[in-house]
Design a binder for this molecule. Structure first.
Ligand SMILES: NC(=O)c1ccc[n+]([C@@H]2O[C@H](COP(=O)([O-])OP(=O)(O)OC[C@H]3O[C@@H](n4cnc5c(N)ncnc54)[C@H](OP(=O)(O)O)[C@@H]3O)[C@@H](O)[C@H]2O)c1
Length: 330
């Protein structure tokens, strides 16, 4: 997958087009400010009671309600939470968007799983930053950018890819790299990584290791420091240097333990579980299960959150983190 060449990312495709950024949260704030600083005509779409109206005013950004913003724009960036998007589109945006305008997403979930069915006359594109909103803004301010994924789901105007490429450039992503993908591949890989590695896998790994040490009689403070606190150090090394680079940066004892014991932790059973999880994502079983849970008011999720809050690792963590107030600053 090679990065898109500059001719696919020509900012001129947004000339004379107005962009509405719906939402001023993690991504909405970063992208509205980046687009404005790139010289794009931006309007922010917010509810009347939004606590973000004051900051938009301080930044000199025009704010309209979501319906008016949709009526006034050529490109409508859906930067509100994924679970809110289907209803916002159906009730507010679908009747308001001008024929031939573009609907832009930062994640493919609702389109891929058909939770949101856009009008046939709209372009439907994705520019998904490979970083959190704070990084998208910070790197832009530093004259750099975070990479992004670009996809086209529907090309009614014949201009969909060009508009998405120009948007990616205005948001700073072309300064790093923009890769073309599909809504399906972005959604499925994103869900899989959350479940297998970033959230599901990592959380379970830390908790199981903490429990193994404390059950064996070690103090929970020791277990917390070595199994949870130090993850940040290794994650930083893995991100900046790769796994082999991390191994070059740790002691021979750690590297030998890693290579000889790691495969016992993530063995055949874990790999089979990963294949099954991926299959559930790809055939829609995970999305159907999640949809049913949300329709019931998310009682199972609430119970899981409560159990996590009550786990002993949280009490010891709260005590130890209070001794390190600098953690918040990174
Ligand atoms: N978080 C990230 O860094 C990140 C990274 C990559 C992709 N994404 C994708 O980016 C998109 C936006 O995610 P996000 O994390 O930036 O969202 P977010 O921070 O949770 O969005 C908050 C904004 O959405 C507005 N909002 C919430 N409910 C609304 C409603 N019913 N009607 C109108 N506005 C509503 C809020 O309005 P108020 O101002 O009224 O509170 C607020 O301005 C998602 O598709 C997500 O998957 C996010």
């Amino acid at each position: 997958m090679a990065p898109l060449s500059p001719d696919r990312l020509d900012p001129a495709a947004l000339d004379g087009r107005r962009v509405a950024v719906l939402g001023f949260g993690a991504q909405g704030r970063a992208q509205a400010l980046n687009l404005r600083d790139s010289g794009i005509d931006v309007v922010v779409g917010l509810r009347d009671a939004s606590p973000h109206r004051a900051e938009c005013a301080r930044e000199g950004l025009e704010v309209l309600d979501p319906a008016a913003a949709a009526r006034a724009c050529d490109v409508c960036a859906m930067l509100v939470p994924d679970e809110v998007q289907p209803r916002l589109y159906a009730e507010t945006l679908a009747p308001a968007l001008r024929p031939g305008s573009a609907l832009l997403f930062a994640h493919g979930y609702n389109i891929h799983y058909r939770k949101l069915l856009p009008r046939a006359d709209l372009d439907v594109v994705m520019v998904a930053p490979l970083g959190i909103g704070e990084q998208v803004r910070r790197q832009y301010e530093l004259g750099r950018g975070v990479p992004a994924l670009l996809a086209v789901h529907q090309d009614a105007s014949g201009q969909a890819a060009a508009v998405a490429g120009a948007y990616a450039t205005a948001d700073g992503h072309a300064r790093a790299a923009v890769f073309q993908t599909t809504f399906s591949a972005e959604t499925e890989t994103d869900l899989f990584a959350e479940q297998a590695v970033l959230c599901g896998g990592l959380g379970q790994l830390i908790t199981a290791a903490f429990e193994t040490l404390t059950e064996a009689g070690y103090p929970e403070e020791l277990a917390y420091f070595c199994c949870l606190h130090e993850v940040q150090l290794i994650a930083g090394l893995v991100q900046s240097r790769g796994i082999a680079g991390m191994r070059r940066s740790i002691s021979s004892t750690a590297a030998y333990g890693d290579a000889s014991r790691g495969p016992r932790v993530i063995g055949a059973q874990s790999r089979q579980a990963m294949r099954e999880m991926l299959a559930e994502i790809r055939d829609g079983r995970f999305a159907a299960e999640l949809g049913a849970e949300m329709a019931r008011g998310a009682p199972t999720l609430a119970a899981w959150r409560k159990a996590a809050e009550e786990h002993p690792i949280e009490a010891v963590g709260a005590r130890l983190r209070a001794l390190m107030p600098w953690l918040e600053q990174g």
